[in-house]
Design a protein around this ligand. Structure first.
Ligand code: 3PG
Length: 307
């Protein structure tokens, strides 16, 4: 019987796990659950005879791939797959998929919440600001970016976006002003909501040069990946520009220093929580299970990311 390992250090909600099991059992496969594992060896042991693997942000390294002699497919239940060593998987003919869009609303709601949280001094006493009437820049107009844009418009914000891979017409159709360059985006927005993946071209791309273009009093909300920010240059920037704020899901490597130096001008979640809703767990978890069954039974590779 084919074995499908659900390896989630940050567990899915129970309803999602139950639903995943139902799909796997219904297809005649065996579901094996590894949750909250603290030791890499636990994953290496569990994956050894697995045919398929479902993960969240869990790292599927070359070592994990090497330990898996039966593995045919890895599904990252979520959007970003920077945690999966694609080259190692491809070299062994292992299909890698994500579940695009399934947790996007949860992340978009967090981005809006963090924007308001920062505008209101992290709910500390004192006069805050409203987001209505302000200019929001969406950095990458994908599934999450589009939802953030729509919600922000509903709250009276003006919205513009930069995305090198999305035609301007698609943004304009949503009432979003298309911006021609990332520099122009950061130069013209009171808030920037970051939705870029962590890939070699974007890692540390939010650097001093880019962020220093922000207008007075601006806030950057990063619900994408902490790796896209140059952490050392961020310290320098926030030191030089006392008007700027930075909120991130999840904490940077130097978050303690940021908190100590900049207080309420910075905020970080302690564990990545953009997709941590019951709804997102269910959507992404069930999609992952369905995609695995569809692949193992029918050979469907629709969501493959290492083609
Ligand atoms: C994603 O890329 O989908 C999000 O970062 C969610 O990550 P998580 O599954 O670890 O919450």
């Amino acid at each position: 019987m084919k074995k499908i390992l659900i390896a989630t250090e940050k567990p899915f909600a129970k309803a999602a796990v139950d639903g995943i099991r139902q799909i796997i059992d219904g297809a005649g496969f065996e579901a094996v659950l590894l949750e909250k594992h603290t030791d890499k060896q636990q994953l290496l042991d569990a994956v050894a005879d697995a045919d398929a693997l479902i993960v969240r942000s869990d790292k599927v390294t070359a070592e994990v791939v090497a330990a898996a002699s039966n593995l045919k497919i890895v599904v990252r239940a979520g959007a970003g797959y920077d945690n999966v060593d694609l080259a190692a998987c491809s070299a062994k003919g292992i299909v890698v998929m994500n579940t695009p869009g399934q947790n996007s609303n949860a992340v978009a709601e967090l981005a809006i919440g963090m924007m308001i949280f920062m505008a209101r001094n992290q709910f500390h006493p004192g006069t805050g600001r409203e987001i209505k009437g302000k200019m929001l820049g969406i950095h990458a107009y994908g599934n999450v970016g589009r939802l953030v844009a729509k919600a922000a418009q509903g709250m009276g914000m003006s919205v513009c976006a930069f995305d090198a891979f999305v035609p301007a017409s698609a943004m304009e159709a949503d009432g979003v002003k298309a911006i021609g360059s990332v520099e122009e985006l950061y130069s013209s927005c009171d808030y920037v909501s970051v939705h870029i993946p962590a890939v070699p071209e974007t890692i540390k791309s939010l650097n001093y040069d880019l962020l220093s273009r922000l207008p007075k009093g601006a806030t950057v909300v990063n619900t994408a990946r902490k790796e896209v920010v140059d952490e050392e240059q961020l310290v320098q920037l926030l030191t030089d520009r006392e008007d700027l704020k930075y909120a991130t899901d999840v904490a940077t490597g130097n978050q303690a220093e940021l908190n100590e130096k900049f207080g309420l001008r910075v905020f970080a979640t302690t564990k990545k929580m953009g997709a941590e809703t019951a709804e997102a767990n269910l959507n992404a978890g069930l999609a992952a299970a369905n995609q695995i069954v569809d692949f193992l039974v029918n050979g469907n590779t629709r969501f493959q990311v290492n083609k």
